[in-house]
Design a protein around this ligand. Structure first.
Ligand SMILES: [Zn+2]
Length: 118
């Protein structure tokens, strides 16, 4: 499962031990790691962190605004997870443009959303 030919270069500053631990994980474990890391960020209410949308995400609603995109989604991590789906969460997604022309999406967790409010 971990025989992908092109291993991505980890971000600068990521501890080597963590990188090697992550490389040893299965896809399911990686998804859970992302969710747990995201939940830790939510708790700490830190600065926006770059996250790529996951294929298993259940996008409920996308609303374009002038400076950001509002996204409401649920997150599935794995079959057999008692807590799936996680959410519903509201995010503000902004695009940060780099000097080389590339863009990075920053998903900022705003709050839990009750779908019954809709
Ligand atoms: Zn789950």
């Amino acid at each position: 499962m971990n025989d992908a030919p092109d291993t991505p270069t980890p971000p600068e500053g990521l501890p080597e031990q963590l990188v090697s631990d992550l490389n040893a994980l299965t896809t399911e474990e990686l998804r859970k790691t992302i969710i747990h890391a995201q939940e830790l960020l939510n708790v700490q209410d830190e600065a926006p962190s770059p996250i790529e949308p996951q294929p298993g995400d259940d996008i409920i609603r996308v609303t374009e605004h002038d400076t950001y995109t509002e996204v409401v989604k649920r997150v599935y991590c794995n079959e057999g997870c008692d807590n799936c789906p996680h959410g519903t969460y509201l995010y503000h997604v902004t695009q940060e443009r780099h000097p080389d022309g590339t863009e990075t999406a920053y998903w900022r967790f705003i709050r839990d959303v009750e779908l019954d409010d809709e």
